[in-house]
Design a binder for this molecule. Structure first.
Ligand SMILES: *Cc1c(COP(=O)(O)O)cnc(C)c1O
Length: 451
C-alpha cells in the first residue's frame, strides 16, 4: 500500500514530462494508462522511475503516427514504408489541391458540373494505349469493381488458370477477392501448365469473364507454359465475354533491369479487353487502381454503384495527374523517384556511400562501404537484383540489433538491414535530398550510446 502512494499523480507526471508534439489529451491518456500498468504490475516503483517509464511510453507513441523515414533497406517499393515516393510535380499538385478549392468536378468551360478526373483519365488512357480509363482506390478495388460488374444474372464463372491463384502481400488472395465479389472461381489447368483448350473446355453460358492475373511476386521456372494473350482474346471473343488482365505493377516503359514486365499498352495490343494496375508500384505515383479499356465498358463501370464507394479523393487524383503528365513527357526516362533509383549507375551509388562513410569516419564512427543488392519490392519483379552499395556500421559496445533500433529511434528514423554483425544502409533507396539528414540521424543514434 505504501508503494501505491509513492506513485505520482497524473498532473505531477504531466508537469515533469518534456514538451510533446502530441495534443495534451493524448499525452494525458498515455500517462493514465502507463501509471495504471505500473500500479498493477510493480507498485514499488519510485517516482523518478515511473516518470521515466511514462516518458518512454510517450516517445514510443510519438513514433506511432505517420512520420517521414529514410529508407536505407535497398527495397525500392517498400510497401511498409509507403511504396513509391511521389515526384516533385505530384507533391506540388497534392499541396495545391489540399490547400485551395479545385476543379475536382467542375468544368471551367461550361461553368457546370464536370466529370471527376476527366483529364487524368485521358492521360492514363494514352499511357495505356486504350480508349478510356477509370481510377479507383487501389488495384484490389479495381479487380473487385470489374468482378462485381461482370458477374451476375446467371453469369458468375470467372475462368482463371491454377497457376495464377496467387497471394500478394498481406491479405490479397485472388480466390478470396473473387469470393468477396460473389464471383464463382472456375480454375483451369495446373500450377505450371495451362493451355487454351483448358480454358475453352471451361467456358459455358455461365462464364462472366476470362481473368488473367500477372504473377508479379513470384515466378515459375522450368516446365511451364500458359496461352498467349492472343489465344485468350480469341477464346473470350468466341464466348462473347471480356478478357480481363490484372497486371499489378503498372510498368509504363521497358525497365533497365533486364527483366520483362508487361505494360498495359502491350497487354491491350495483344488482346486484353480490360486491364487493371496499381498507381503506386512501377507507375511511381500515389495509391490508386487504374482500369483501362474500351470507352463503353469503362463508362459502364463508372455507372456501377460500387464505383461511388471505390473512387479516389482529390489528393490522389492531383498526385496521379501530375505523375501521368511526368510519364507522358518522357516515357523512356521520366523524372520519377523510383525510376531514378532503378536507373542510378552503380558507380554513383558507390560514390554516395563512400562519401557518407568518410563523413562518418571523421565523426569517429566505424563505417565502411560494402557491396549490396537492392531490389524492386512491393511484390514486383522478384527475380531482379540490382547491384548496389551500402555503408556498414558497427558499434563496439552494442549488438547490431541494438544499433538498428537506435537508428529507428533517430529523427528522421533510419531503416537499415541487419546482416553479418552489422547494420547496412543501402544508398540506392536514400533520396539525394535526405543524405545530410542521414548523416545526422546516424550520429544521433551513435551519440545515444555515449550519453
Ligand atoms: C500488387 C498487386 C495487386 C494489388 O494492388 P494494390 O494496388 O496494392 O491493391 C493486385 N494484383 C496484382 C497482380 C498485384 O501485383
Amino acid at each position: 500500500m505504501s508503494g501505491k502512494r509513492a506513485l505520482p499523480a497524473v498532473q505531477t507526471v504531466l508537469r515533469a514530462l518534456p514538451p510533446s508534439r502530441m495534443p495534451l489529451a493524448v499525452v494525458t491518456a498515455i500517462v493514465r494508462e502507463t501509471l495504471a500498468t505500473v500500479r498493477a504490475e510493480n507498485p514499488a516503483v519510485d517516482r523518478d522511475a515511473a516518470i521515466a517509464m511514462v516518458q518512454a511510453a510517450v516517445e514510443a507513441e510519438e513514433r506511432g503516427g505517420i512520420v517521414p523515414v529514410i529508407n536505407a533497406t535497398g527495397v525500392i517499393l517498400h510497401t511498409n514504408l509507403g511504396r513509391a515516393p511521389l515526384c516533385e510535380e505530384a507533391v506540388r499538385g497534392v499541396a495545391a489541391a489540399a490547400r485551395e478549392y479545385s476543379t475536382l468536378e467542375y468544368d471551367l468551360n461550361t461553368g457546370k458540373r464536370g466529370k471527376r478526373g476527366a483529364y487524368v483519365d485521358r492521360c492514363l488512357a494514352i499511357l495505356a494505349g486504350a480508349e478510356a480509363a477509370l481510377v479507383v482506390n487501389n488495384c484490389a478495388a479495381a479487380l473487385v469493381l470489374l468482378l462485381h460488374h461482370f458477374c451476375g444474372r446467371g453469369k458468375r464463372d470467372v475462368v482463371i488458370s491454377r497457376g495464377e491463384l496467387l497471394q500478394i502481400g498481406g491479405g490479397f488472395r485472388v480466390p478470396e477477392i473473387l469470393a468477396a465479389a460473389r464471383a464463382r472461381l472456375c480454375e483451369v489447368g495446373t500450377t505450371n501448365e495451362t493451355n487454351i483448350a483448358d480454358y475453352q473446355r471451361a467456358i459455358s453460358e455461365r462464364t462472366a469473364m476470362i481473368l488473367r492475373v500477372h504473377r508479379s511476386n513470384f515466378y515459375i521456372d522450368g516446365f511451364a507454359s500458359s496461352p498467349s494473350r492472343g489465344e485468350l482474346a480469341a477464346a473470350a471473343r468466341d464466348a462473347g465475354v471480356p478478357f480481363v488482365e490484372d497486371l499489378g505493377s503498372g510498368a509504363m516503359a521497358t525497365l533497365p533491369l533486364g527483366a520483362e514486365e508487361p505494360t498495359p499498352s502491350q497487354a491491350h495490343k495483344e488482346g486484353a479487353t480490360l486491364v487493371c494496375f496499381s498507381g503506386d508500384k512501377l507507375f511511381g505515383g500515389p495509391q490508386a487502381g487504374i482500369v483501362t479499356g474500351p470507352q463503353q465498358q469503362i463508362a459502364a463501370l463508372r455507372r456501377n454503384p460500387l464505383y461511388r464507394a471505390l473512387r479516389p479523393d482529390k489528393l490522389t487524383l492531383a498526385a496521379l495527374q501530375a505523375t501521368a503528365d511526368t510519364l507522358l513527357r518522357d516515357r523512356e526516362n521520366p523524372d520519377i523517384p523510383i525510376v531514378r533509383m532503378m536507373r542510378e549507375p552503380l558507380q554513383k551509388v558507390h560514390a554516395r556511400a563512400q562519401q557518407l562513410a568518410e563523413q562518418l569516419t571523421v565523426l569517429g564512427v566505424n563505417a565502411h562501404v560494402v557491396e549490396s543488392t537492392a531490389c524492386v519490392g512491393g511484390g514486383s519483379l522478384p527475380r531482379v537484383q540490382i547491384p548496389s552499395a551500402a555503408v556498414a556500421l558497427q558499434c563496439p559496445d552494442s549488438t547490431e540489433d541494438e544499433l538498428a533500433a537506435r537508428l529507428r529511434m533517430a529523427t528522421p528514423a533510419v531503416i537499415g538491414v541487419v546482416a553479418r554483425g552489422e547494420v547496412r544502409l543501402d544508398l540506392r533507396t536514400v533520396l539525394p535530398e535526405q543524405e545530410s539528414l542521414l548523416a545526422s540521424s546516424i550520429s544521433q543514434a551513435l551519440g545515444e550510446r555515449t550519453r
